[in-house]
Design a protein around this ligand. Structure first.
Ligand SMILES: *Cc1c(COP(=O)(O)O)cnc(C)c1O
Length: 225
């Protein structure tokens, strides 16, 4: 891509603002998570120089080598599938985990977290076989378990819908996640304010359906390396 990071960021920001406006939401109600996976520390530095502070990585091993080479003061979010045997390393490098997809993983994170660790439960609302994420009817049990824990705190839900070139096709999955969240809040009495949903090509639909975290890689950093 010949355009600069600044131009791409402005474009993403413009899209987020327009979607918030259309949905009657304040711009502050949506956070932009810059997904830097496959990109070098220099790309993160450039993004940080433009004022971005919230970064997402999907693999612990990559994060472990990259994060120490990045500017201080950034917040790192794990958005990819985590094996329980990597929970200890993950708890050291990440300030939030969007991709908790089992009770077993929650327990491993609780065992290794040094301090309060905000997490989101990744739910497979589409039922698509190939994707990670717990079943919707497993989430209540995991929330109840987290409510008994000292460090892990469930702040909401996350989903990765099956890819469709037409973002409108994804709307039902985003809306299903929001409705599940509403139901789980009722059922468990746990506030679940956060919904992590929406990527480069479907952030508008996600925001209209209530997203509070959009995870943007390609439209900020360009095609993946
Ligand atoms: C890579 C990735 C993203 C970013 O996807 P883009 O389409 O490049 O914006 C978002 N969420 C997760 C979980 C990812 O792995």
């Amino acid at each position: 891509m010949s355009d600069t990071f600044t131009q791409r960021l402005e474009n993403v920001e413009r899209r987020i603002a327009a979607a918030c406006e259309k949905a009657g939401r304040s711009r502050d109600s949506v956070r932009l998570l810059a997904v830097s996976k496959t990109k070098p520390p220099e790309a993160v530095r450039e993004a940080a120089d433009c004022g971005l502070r919230l970064f997402g990585e999907n693999r612990v091993q990559e994060a472990q080598s990259k994060i120490p080479m990045c500017p201080n003061g950034l917040e790192w979010h794990l958005i990819g599938h985590l094996q329980t045997n990597k929970a200890k390393v993950a708890a050291r490098y990440f300030q939030m985990v969007h991709s908790v997809d089992s009770l077993k993983l929650l327990q491993a994170l609780e065992a290794h977290a040094g301090t309060t660790l905000p997490i989101l439960l990744q739910v497979n609302v589409s039922g698509e076989a190939a994707k990670f994420g717990m079943k919707p009817d497993e989430a209540a049990t995991v929330i109840e378990a987290a409510n008994q824990m000292q460090k892990c705190e469930v702040h909401g839900l996350m989903t990765i819908p099956p890819f469709s070139p037409d973002p409108e096709k994804t709307r039902t999955h985003f809306s299903a996640l929001r409705q599940l969240r509403d139901r789980l809040q009722e059922e468990t009495g746990t506030p679940l304010p956060e919904l992590s949903m929406g990527m480069s090509h479907d952030l508008e639909v996600a925001i209209e359906e209530g997203s509070t975290w959009v995870r943007i890689g390609t439209d900020l950093f360009g095609e993946r390396n």
